[in-house]
Ligand binder design. Structure first.
Ligand SMILES: C[S@@+](CC[C@H](N)C(=O)[O-])C[C@H]1O[C@@H](n2cnc3c(N)ncnc32)[C@H](O)[C@@H]1O
Length: 329
């Protein structure tokens, strides 16, 4: 399906006529996506199986940045999560910010798939009752202009595959917008060119077949239940990501995550049941990860690339080319 922005048509108007292919896929995945990605939605601090190592690294970084902000004397924090999915990360963060003693916590997640946003709102109901926590989720396209004021966001996140769904030619405008609204740090992960296979919306076992068309940056999937999806999906080389991000950000770190763990995960098609690694083995994998995560010969074989950045000095951001809200394929 090809949908293009004409003038400054609103996303709402466009969605009446056509559902964005990425939204369609994550809408159909519904609650199952969250269970696949994060496990039990009630267990926020139990990092889940296959991506546990990666999640722990991302969490350690987010936690470090929140603690540093709190130690500087700040009592309020603003967080923006782009492509928030079912909101697991924002629920973790809002909970942690509250225990760290922030008294004003403004956390906003946006996602193009309304089923994910609905799920995020449902799961965060209790948390929103905590004093000082303003946790909201909205359906929106990250390729549109963000409503946030310049330099108003302490921590901007874009985690796990969101940017892999954004057409490459749109990436500079998205990053420019992130740099405009962020005053603190931008933490993102994206799938690396040599990452283990994924169908993004669910576990691999749920696919009858899938095909990653490298030349066309597309992922074609047919699920066991017969549903088919065709998604924009490009994978990143570390240097490519570095180059596009460096135009808008000071890069503090760029490293590969899950260089080794993914290869030993509990996927029955290459690791037979009962071959689960013991604690000593996992400790050794973590040591190897640390050793090679920035090595140019290894980094592109990671499952995810993790970028930590802060915006360059505020500059003129020309956003004429961005729709007020909308999408294009
Ligand atoms: C693999 S999921 C990751 C969800 C979440 N960041 C996490 O780590 O659990 C990718 C998410 O990006 C969202 N997404 C993809 N393209 C988007 C866009 N242009 N605007 C907003 N959300 C988008 C999808 O709907 C989906 O929920």
């Amino acid at each position: 399906m090809a949908v293009s922005i004409r003038g400054r048509e609103s996303a709402a108007r466009l969605y009446e006529n056509a559902e964005h292919p990425v939204a369609r896929a994550y809408n159909q995945a519904g609650e199952k996506y969250g269970v696949y990605a994060d496990g039990d939605p009630g267990k926020l601090d139990a990092f889940h199986e296959q991506y546990a190592y990666c999640d722990q690294c991302v969490w350690a970084l987010i936690d470090e940045k929140m603690r540093a902000l709190r130690s500087s004397g700040a009592r309020s924090i603003r967080i923006l999560d782009l492509g928030c999915g079912p909101g697991t990360w924002l629920r973790r963060i809002a909970t942690r910010a509250w225990t760290l003693g922030f008294t004003s916590i403004t956390a906003r997640g946006i996602d193009i798939a309304d089923a994910q946003v609905r799920q995020a709102r449902t799961l965060s109901r209790k948390l929103r009752e905590l004093g000082g926590v303003d946790l909201t989720f909205e359906v929106s396209d990250i390729c549109a202009r963000l409503p946030d004021a310049d330099a108003s966001v302490d921590l901007c996140l874009c985690l796990y595959g969101v940017l892999n769904h954004i057409p490459m030619h749109r990436l500079p405008a998205v990053l420019s917008e992130v740099a405009r609204v962020t005053c603190g740090h931008f933490i993102m992960t994206a799938r690396a060119i040599g990452s283990t296979p994924t169908i993004c919306v669910d576990a691999l076992e749920e696919a009858r077949w899938f095909w990653r068309d490298i030349s066309a940056d597309r992922l074609e999937i047919e699920l066991q239940n017969g549903r088919r999806f065709s998604l924009n999906y490009q994978l990143f080389r570390a240097e490519e990501l570095r180059a596009v991000a460096a135009a808008y950000f000071k890069l503090h770190d760029l490293k590969g995550l899950d260089l080794f763990h993914g290869r030993f995960s509990g996927d029955r098609r290459w690791n037979p049941p009962g071959s689960a690694a013991g604690a000593q083995f996992l400790h050794e994998l973590a040591r190897l990860e640390e050793l090679y995560c920035r090595d140019p010969d290894f980094i592109d074989h990671a499952t995810h690339l993790l970028l930590l950045a802060s915006p360059r000095k505020q500059r003129e951001h020309t956003l004429e080319e961005l729709p007020s809200s909308g999408f294009a394929e």
